[in-house]
Design a protein around this ligand. Structure first.
Ligand code: PTT
Ligand code: SF4
Length: 610
């Protein structure tokens, strides 16, 4: 087998045991890697109804067949588990030296089981696995802990870790690394914390062997060169994802004050051009020449790496229009290891709840100092912070008074940084995403804004599915960064050529879409199995605010979504996916995708239609 190492490393923290396991070539062809491997492992191995923060949950770090080769933007992996935030399938994609080192150590994935007795650092050096005492780094923020570990294991080591947010089981804690890379929005950091695992350190020493080494080398250099010749490359290096702030403002989709508006009075002050004025350098993931992390100094004098989502959620969505202050909040989130999207969402919700008198604490829009203090309280679970650490769905359940109508989440995962009062297609993308309201599976909004945002027609459904195939399927299984394709127009066929050189397989797009559909349906099956007969199509409906409270500012003043039309669009989506009216895959759909065993299993928990 070429391309894949053909081995998983299974770690049992209770028993302090590590076993390398081989897997079959047919497994690779069916699930490809990354999210595909992760969801298959979790489907097969997790008991139904397992508590996500218990010893029985498993944390999977999975790479793809291109990871670690000298190919554009290929230094990423997927981190996955049953989510403590949503109760469903959860994952995230993070750029990290761990991705490269894990493959060089000879593994396509690391599966972590059980709970360590005391804080632990897992050290993997090729075949050697050690369970090190982690008490010196437990309690440190992620920057301090990483510096400490890097001092011990060298600059080339791969290190993925959690901050105090993960240690304290904040439901939206993520895993972080390299002072500004982060992933696993639905609480993957909390799962790691529940296992008493502060950090994973991997050092690998073997070279990966592709099927066609010469072809691989040539394609790699040609690919990097091609990326750099794209007309938008230079501007991308200047602003990265930050250019989207101005775009969102222009198109009235910039989340503002808990998604009550789509424009922000101070958008310019937190936009890409404002960022350029204070930018000091670029950082990025391994194997990437597009390095898009914009490093600035915040008002706390510390460095902070700015991306669109971070700035919007900790800026306009909480009414804060000072970029250096936003940068300081973002730095705090990275230090504590809290997902910035869910954090900004929870903070915006708390500000609105405070304004409406639903909580006694004063949490004001745009107030920097008290917000920074509240972030600390969330990470350390103090006072109001303890309640907010459970995520917006749970807080709304506690507060009542119809606050669930403006709790901005789908299936428990807080909405990312695009307001959908005027974009039904994006609302559908959020609502049908594999992990809850994340934009990663189908960022349809840019197409929708260009081609007509009013419609709820089948062309939008088709576009969402096409994007889900590519983004949720192909990119998350390959685990390579999708930004070269989206942002500078690096053509998709490069990935077929890369796959050929790496694996020796002549794969075409139909082959890859079949994998994507298989993985997407298996992910849906995971959610449905957990919910059983409680599963309904309501799970795929976006927050009530977008249907009930029109925006009051900007050129789309008065606009909101239409519930009846949304439901029709959702049914069209289900039909095209081969799912029934509840959004559950039909037996025939699972059969075509060679998931007959999944259908058999699922039928024990919910009635499947033919
Ligand atoms: C991703 C989500 C995003 S999406 C952002 S900014 W973005 C936030 N970044 C956070 C952060 O930073 N610190 C923090 N404490 N929490 C954060 N939460 C948010 O997490 C990221 C880039 C970006 S920047 C994007 S769009 C692309 N995402 C990709 C993806 O999902 N898949 C893929 N194959 N390629 C991608 N390329 C891009 O990667 P989640 P990163 Mg990310 C500081 O994690 O859970 O998937 O949520 O990993 O290495 O930081 O790169 O405007
Ligand atoms: Fe990482 Fe940005 Fe490069 Fe993608 S483009 S691999 S997110 S640095």
């Amino acid at each position: 087998m070429y391309g894949w190492t053909g081995r998983f490393l299974r770690i049992n923290l209770n028993k302090r045991k590590a076993v390398a396991e081989k897997f079959e070539a047919s497994f690779c062809r069916s699930f490809l890697g990354g999210r595909g491997f992760a969801v298959k492992i979790l489907w097969d191995e997790l008991k139904l109804g397992v508590d996500p923060l218990s010893s029985d949950n498993k944390l999977v770090f999975a790479a793809g067949p291109l990871t670690g080769f000298a190919l554009p933007s290929s230094g990423k992996l997927v981190v996955a588990a049953k989510s403590p935030l949503t109760g469903g399938y959860g994952d995230g994609n993070v750029g990290s030296h761990v991705a490269v080192q894990m493959r060089k150590a000879g593994y396509d994935a690391v599966i972590v089981e059980g709970i360590a007795e005391a804080p632990t650092v897992l050290l993997v050096e090729d075949e050697s696995v050690e369970f090190l005492d982690g008490k010196d780094v437990w309690g440190l923020n992620s920057f301090e802990a990483e510096k400490n570990l890097r001092g011990l294991y060298g600059p080339a080591s791969g290190i993925l870790l959690i901050g105090q947010g993960g240690e304290n089981l904040v439901k939206f804690a993520n895993v972080v690394c390299q002072e500004g890379r982060a992933g696993g929005r639905p609480g993957m950091g909390a799962v790691m914390g529940s296992k008493n695992l502060k950090a994973v350190v991997i050092v690998g020493s073997s070279d990966l062997s592709p099927a066609y080494p010469k072809e691989m080398q040539e394609l790699g250099s040609d690919g990097y060169r091609e990326v750099m010749t794209k007309p938008s490359f230079a501007f991308w290096k200047r602003q990265g994802t930050m250019m989207t702030v101005e775009w969102s403002q222009e198109h009235s989709v910039l989340p503002t004050c808990n998604y009550s508006e789509g424009v922000f009075d101070k958008a310019e002050a937190i936009g890409g051009f404002a960022m350029e004025k204070i930018k000091t350098s670029n950082r990025g993931c391994p194997m990437c020449n597009m390095t898009c992390g914009n490093v600035v100094r915040g008002c706390d004098k510390k460095e902070s790496e700015l991306d669109y989502e971070n700035v919007v959620m900790l800026g306009s969505n909480i009414g804060l229009g000072d970029l250096r202050q936003v940068a300081a909040l973002n730095r705090a989130a990275d230090e504590f290891g809290l997902d910035t999207i869910s954090l900004g969402n929870v903070l915006g919700f708390a500000m609105e709840a405070s304004e409406k008198g639903l909580i006694k604490e004063k949490v004001s829009w745009g107030a920097f100092k008290s917000t920074k203090a509240l972030i600390g309280d969330i990470a350390l679970r103090r006072g109001l912070g303890d309640m907010l650490a459970e995520g917006v769905q749970s807080v709304a359940e506690k507060l009542g008074h119809d606050s669930n109508r403006w709790a901005m989440h789908v299936k428990g995962l807080e909405v990312s940084a695009y307001d959908c009062h005027t974009t039904p297609g994006m609302a559908l993308a959020y609502s049908t995403s594999s992990i809850g309201a994340h934009h990663k599976d189908a960022w349809v909004i840019s197409w929708e804004v260009k081609t007509g945002r009013e419609g709820y027609g089948v062309e939008k459904v088709n576009k969402v599915i096409d994007l889900q195939r590519l983004r949720a399927g192909v990119f998350e299984c390959l685990t390579v960064c999708r930004l070269p394709w989206i942002e500078v127009g690096f053509e998709l066929d490069w990935y077929l050529r890369f796959l050929h050189a790496a694996t020796g397989l002549e794969l075409n797009w139909n082959n890859l879409y079949a994998v994507a559909d298989r993985v997407f349906n298996l992910t849906r099956a995971f959610w449905v199995r957990e919910s059983g007969e409680n599963w309904t199509s309501e799970m795929d409906v976006p927050p009530a605010r977008w249907f009930e409270e029109p925006i009051t500012k900007g050129r789309f003043k008065g606009a909101k979504l239409d519930r009846g039309k949304y439901r029709e669009m959702l049914q069209a989506y289900y039909m095209r996916r081969g799912w029934d009216e509840r959004g559950i895959p039909r037996k025939s759909t699972l059969k075509v995708l060679r998931l007959d065993d999944v259908a058999k299993q699922l039928q024990k928990h919910v009635k499947l239609l033919d």
